[in-house]
Design a protein around this ligand. Structure first.
Ligand code: C2E
Ligand code: SIN
Ligand code: SIN
Ligand code: FE
Ligand code: FE
Length: 496
């Protein structure tokens, strides 16, 4: 009322200046609008109407609710309401879904005025989208880094593939993803890992190279995209798609050093919107998965050839030890028997697996040093002379000289080098005493003497088991470690 009476009294000069203000406001780049206390538009400049995808005349004299049905339920409206009621200014960012499906972002400055509210709006869509894009790119880099870390910290392909597929699902927003690996021997693609499938059927799918979409991606070494799986014919895993309800499909070959290792497949239950950046990231992720596969394959190949080499060594060892028995005219299977008994005793005494490996090798080779003892001494049917004994007592030293140069056998030396040491220090070659003698040799010594005495030798016939057991008992604490003797006797009693 007061304003109106002012304006009627206003001189012409003032009216002219008001018109200039008005025209400036109308054409400003920022949106300007005034809403009265009943939410009716009383002023809307061109920019404000444009921001709302409306013409000014579509808004003026209408209420906000009439112009934008449903606006009462938005965050924008609750902020406006608060400003209106409490008469306080506010700044806010508002997201506006355009009728054409695009999204606009605006920075709003809301100011209470006598008529109601004055709203200044600045479009910030470009900045917002750039921010969003930067955030997505960062998340993508983090995703790649996660896969990197998985590759670096695990040789288990399954683990790495799981990490990779989790990132594929999360970053690409697809319903399901899996990796098929190419078996180079048969050229068959086999399921290796998957995520998001409702049924297990995918796990049993196999495709020949060139067969189906995946087989084609692998053979042609290119990404295969199927817009709508339901429209394609000759779909080999049709039953799978039927049960899963998939629509969109991408198959990306996993290529490392120009070799195809498999295919990364992604499935979606609705149409996937085409987007070059999405596709690019899918291919980057596939590259990463390919590296993981390559890495694990290298590791497995190395492990396999290591295992093959080990087997060859072990076979060689057994061959050597059989040759030694032959020369020694040992009774059939002496070395096999003492090796088996020594391992059993060592286990009973709590030795671990890697110690057992060395003990086994040492037992197989325990008398390898006798290779340095001439036949006329080794096979002599009588007692040895002092000189002959001197030579015979060198056999553990010969073993040391032979084996210490072989890295693979160095840790197995305890038995060949120390099996004639005695608990009381009266043994040879070094006269070690008690626990100075390696535990493996203390265990072995009991077994070796037991087996020697229960067998025929060129210089005497076999003893009875009773006599041998009595003999072993009598040497506990002098020749033998009492603990090893006790355990050994328990073991032998258990067998009788
Ligand atoms: P080996 O025949 O394999 O015997 C291993 C160990 O079993 C012997 O170590 C000894 O501790 C025990 N042992 C074997 N036979 C007898 C035995 O008749 N009586 C007793 N009390 N203990 C026995 P040792 O004594 O250091 O001998 C090492 C190797 O020297 C023997 O290996 C064998 O090849 C040779 N040797 C030992 N005594 C004689 C012998 O009287 N004549 C000949 N030709 N060789 C012998
Ligand atoms: C790991 O580092 O995750 C274990 C290594 C392996 O898989 O052998
Ligand atoms: C698949 O590779 O099996 C899916 C597509 C097809 O079967 O052709
Ligand atoms: Fe010996
Ligand atoms: Fe022996």
């Amino acid at each position: 009322m007061k304003q109106k009476s002012n304006s009627t009294k206003a001189p012409a000069k003032s009216r002219k200046s008001k018109e200039r203000f008005r025209s400036t406001l109308d054409n400003m780049l920022e949106g300007c609008q005034i809403i009265d206390c009943d939410w009716r538009y009383v002023y809307v400049n061109n920019a404000a109407a444009r921001h709302g995808h409306r013409k000014p005349e579509e808004l003026l004299t209408r209420t906000m609710m009439e112009a934008y049905p449903g606006i009462e339920n938005t965050e924008l409206f609750s902020v406006l309401k608060q400003c209106m009621e409490e008469r306080v200014p506010r700044l806010m960012e508002n997201k506006f879904d355009n009728p054409d499906g695009t999204t606009g972002w605006f920075e709003l400055s809301i100011q209470p005025v006598p008529e109601g509210l004055f709203i200044l709006s600045i479009e910030i869509t470009e900045r917002k989208l750039a921010e969003q894009k930067a955030q997505e790119q960062l998340a993508n880099v983090i995703a790649l880094r996660e896969i990197d870390l998985a590759i670096l910290s695990s040789f288990e392909l399954k683990t790495t593939l799981d990490v990779g597929l989790n990132q594929v699902m999360a970053r690409l927003n697809v319903d399901a993803a899996n990796v098929m690996l190419l078996d180079p021997a048969t050229n068959i693609l086999k399921y290796a890992a998957g995520r998001g499938f409702r049924h297990q059927m995918i796990e049993f799918c196999q495709l020949n190279l060139g067969e189906g979409h995946a087989g084609r991606a692998a053979l042609e070494q290119r990404t295969i995209h199927i817009q709508n799986l339901k429209e394609t014919k000759g779909f080999l895993r049709a039953a799978l798609i039927e049960g899963e309800g998939f629509i969109s499909y991408y198959g990306v070959p996993l290529i490392v050093k120009r070799q195809v290792r498999g295919v990364l497949e992604v499935f979606h239950r609705t149409l996937l919107t085409q987007n070059p950046e999405w596709l690019n990231f899918l291919e980057v992720l596939a590259g990463q998965v390919a590296i993981a596969v390559d890495n694990a394959t290298l590791f497995n190949d190395l492990q396999r050839s290591n295992a093959e080499l080990m087997l060859a060594y072990e076979t060689t060892l057994e061959g050597w030890s059989a040759a030694l028995d032959l020369r020694d005219k040992e009774t059939e299977g002496h070395t096999q028997r003492v090796t088996a008994m020594t391992l059993e005793l060592a286990k009973a005494m709590g030795m671990n697996d890697s110690q057992l490996v060395q003990i086994r090798r040492g037992a197989l080779l325990h008398d390898i040093g006798k290779m340095g003892v001439p036949d006329q001494i080794l096979l002599k049917p009588d007692a040895l002379t002092e000189e002959e004994w001197g030579r015979m007592r060198m056999h553990p030293v010969y073993a040391y000289d032979m084996l210490s140069h072989i890295a693979y056998l160095r840790d197995a030396l305890d038995i060949p080098y120390c099996h004639h040491e005695k608990w009381d220090g009266s043994g040879y070659p070094r006269g070690l005493k008690g626990e100075q003698i390696p535990i493996a040799a203390r265990i072995f010594a009991v077994v070796d003497v037991y087996d020697a005495l229960t067998s025929d030798r060129p210089y005497r016939a076999a003893w009875s088991t009773e006599k041998v057991i009595e003999h072993i008992k009598s040497l506990s604490g002098s020749h033998f470690d009492p603990r090893a003797t006790g355990e050994f006797l328990k073991m032998i009693e258990g067998k009788r």
